[in-house]
Design a binder for this molecule. Structure first.
Ligand SMILES: *Cc1c(COP(=O)(O)O)cnc(C)c1O
Length: 449
């Protein structure tokens, strides 16, 4: 049998799914996907679903993209993988050169890993180790903002602040300093900057107080994605860069979710006109095809590790699949398409259409906020529109939106009470309109209004 039910059964008998209470699947089916094309996924019975969340924010140029497929196939027949310590290969060299040209100037050294969390571990360890190599071992702590997300491994989890992921493991985590995040939630866009300025006072105070023991500050630029697509203005990053310099603290930008055009520019930090000391990239880097991540850093940091072997100053971190050639080939094809098709410029019209289609949802009696940055829009459901009091998470309103959307052929997968779209850039205006319809209906189903 090759129907949905058979695959569901076989799945539940043998898998344990990520980020899932498996008991949910007693009543909520897991959806077996047979194939994908463009923004569409198809199950084993021919039902199609619009992938409005880019398959966990990775797919930007569509499923089964012919140009990426072709590049990977060629690479596959040439070299599938080789150790990246003591050896190298063409795709990883070309990718590093290319990223160096695309990223803010001065991030000329690419250190690879194979997933986002590992890139965060690399950046944290590298920063700590940098200060160690500089004879400042007391600079060993990290400072971040509330509601951040940087991945699931213990170091990455330590600098994150989304309670459902971190709380259980608290006693295992590093002692990280957290200050209130800038957050435009519930505010008109022209007031985001005042809110951000008030929040920045806490950051400044923490830098002042802890600067001597801090290795680095880590933030997600412009959008706190897993934290519910909360957004803040680029000025915060400009102030942060200046303050980190003043207090001699390094700066890590986690652009794992927002890099490669998602916020309307190739990298979110471009909007602030600043360069971090470490730029972490993953997710869309391969167009959503294969796991790959990279930490880009400066000459100065690179030089702090560069010495005779016997001094033991080297950064000895590694992962087996670091810089995998197939993944690098997918990344090169992705960068080719972004450039050749002028995708980021083309997205401006799509982003405007998304704004048009979602603006009327502001009027809904249980929508507390509709916010957008580039190709991400979030519609936040609230119990009380006047006070912005949230719905109790146990009511699982988002799940109702998900179920309705699936029945209509759209994969919307809210984060708690936050419905969001983070679609592949190949989405058409008609498909944006369709998502608008499904979202409006989903809101009605979930809120009873
Ligand atoms: C997804 C994500 C990560 C973790 O990446 P994984 O590949 O899932 O380990 C880190 N930071 C941000 C901002 C993310 O969105």
């Amino acid at each position: 049998m090759n129907d949905n039910a058979t695959w569901m059964q076989r799945d539940l008998a043998s898998l344990w799914h990520p980020c899932t209470q498996m008991k949910d699947h007693e009543t909520l089916p897991v959806t077996p996907i047979r194939s994908g094309k463009g923004v569409w996924l198809e199950d084993f019975e021919g039902h199609r679903y619009l992938d409005a969340i880019s398959s966990w924010w990775v797919n930007i140029l569509g499923h089964a993209n012919e140009r990426i497929n072709a590049r990977i196939k060629t690479q596959l027949d040439t070299l599938e993988h080789v150790i990246l310590s003591g050896f190298t290969h063409q795709p990883v060299i070309e990718l590093s050169e290319r990223l160096g040209r695309l990223a803010p100037e001065g991030l000329g050294h690419c250190f690879y890993a194979d997933n986002g969390s590992s890139a965060i571990e690399v950046a944290l360890k590298m920063s700590y180790h940098y200060w160690h190599n500089q004879g400042r071992p007391e600079k060993r702590r990290f400072l971040t903002i509330t509601n951040g997300y940087h991945g699931e491994t213990l170091g990455a989890l330590s600098v994150g602040d989304v309670a459902i992921f971190t709380d259980t493991y608290r006693s295992l985590l590093l002692d990280v300093i957290k200050v209130p995040a800038p957050d435009g939630f519930g505010l008109p866009r022209d007031q985001w900057i005042d809110q951000a300025r008030a929040a920045f006072a806490h950051m400044e105070a923490a830098l002042e107080r802890h600067g001597d023991e801090l290795a680095a500050v880590i933030v997600e630029p412009l959008i706190q994605c897993a934290g519910g697509m909360r957004m803040y203005p680029p000025e915060y990053l400009t102030w942060l860069r200046e303050a980190c310099d003043r207090h001699n603290v390094q700066l890590i930008f986690d652009e794992i979710a927002v890099g490669f055009g998602r916020t309307g520019t190739m990298f979110a930090c471009e909007q602030a006109g600043v360069r971090p000391d470490y730029l972490c990239l993953s997710k869309a880097i391969t167009g959503g095809y294969l796991p790959l991540s990279v930490v880009m850093t400066t000459d100065e940091i690179y030089a702090a590790f560069y010495d005779d072997y016997s001094t033991l100053r080297a950064f000895l971190h590694s992962h087996s699949y670091t810089g995998n050639p197939l993944a690098c080939a997918a990344a090169l094809a992705t960068l080719d398409i972004l450039e050749d098709d002028d995708v980021i410029a083309t997205n401006r019209d799509k982003s405007a259409r998304i704004e048009q289609v979602t603006a009327p949802l502001r009027e809904h009696p249980h929508v507390g906020d509709v916010r957008q940055t580039g190709m991400v829009v979030a519609i936040e459901m609230v119990k009380d529109k006047a006070t912005l009091e949230p719905y109790d998470f146990r009511e699982r309103r988002g799940l109702r939106v998900f179920q309705h959307a699936m029945s209509r052929g759209a994969m919307l997968r809210p984060l708690g009470n936050v419905i969001y779209w983070m679609p592949p850039y190949v989405i058409t205006p008609e498909e944006i309109d369709f998502l608008g319809e499904v979202t409006r209906e989903g809101l009605e189903v979930a809120t009873g209004r």
